[in-house]
Design a protein around this ligand. Sequence first.
Ligand code: ADP
Length: 281
Amino acid sequence: MATCEHAVAAGGKTAPQQFEENNLSEAKRVIAVLSGKGGVGKSFVTGSLAVELARRGNKVGILDADITGPSIPKMLGMSGRHASGIGNLLLPEVSMTGIKVMSSNLLLANETDPVLWRGPVIAGAIRQFWSDTSWGPLDYLLVDMPPGTGDVALTVFQSLPVDGIVVVTSPQDLVSMIVAKAVNMADKMNVPILGIIENMSYITCPDCGKKIEVFGPSKLDEVAEGYGVKVLGRLPIDPALALACDAGAIEEALPSDLLPDAIAACEAVEPHEGEGASENA
Ligand code: ADP
């Protein structure tokens, strides 16, 4: 993992406020998935990347930092489950295909309870999910970020050693503004943006297979080029997949190789090799 004076000054990788990793965890790559606002499919993209990386034989975890709108456990069939503990550490829940998840949803008595936490409590939860959770060895830890590029997202970036950022937009977004904010945030944190995924980009006509851009032609390519950021893929609106996510069946329902460029970008992140963590869950 690179360190430099700039990172320290910006509150980046080696900043004192960064949370410590415990010795039962070793995440080789930490990749944050970010969006400009809620509802664009950030969690769906996080889940999809996790499923595909796990299918390729990687050990994958998802740290659900979307504390007030957690949707990862449900999509991975973990509704009603609760995280357990070992000593002082929490244990992530494990999905059908071995994806480890830590989420505020796994700590609530009822998954429909609202999470009305404010900034400092949210920061405390992120600390628990990173420092006080026994992840074991992971090839990839994906962080489902809180929506937006404001204070809460910034706190998460300052707290975790993020290696790369995937930005998710939808065609209704003010793409240019979101990309500008994401680029700014990434610069401040000295973390590279791996690229952008446009979700709900089009629908495919069920009769003739034609792609229809419901919200008009996408401006993503020109915006991405303007900021020197890669486009990592476009996903259609897929009602069957939305139903599968609702039913906790994304692992069975996700088409194979849905986001090849995004997966390649994750695989291209240099892994950090450490002391090694023992397998525990
Ligand atoms: P966010 O994390 O950005 O708030 P979610 O990933 O929770 O958004 O997605 C919001 C809703 O939209 C969910 O019900 C999800 O299943 C659905 N959804 C996301 N992407 C798609 C898609 N490409 N096609 C159909 N439904 C989608």
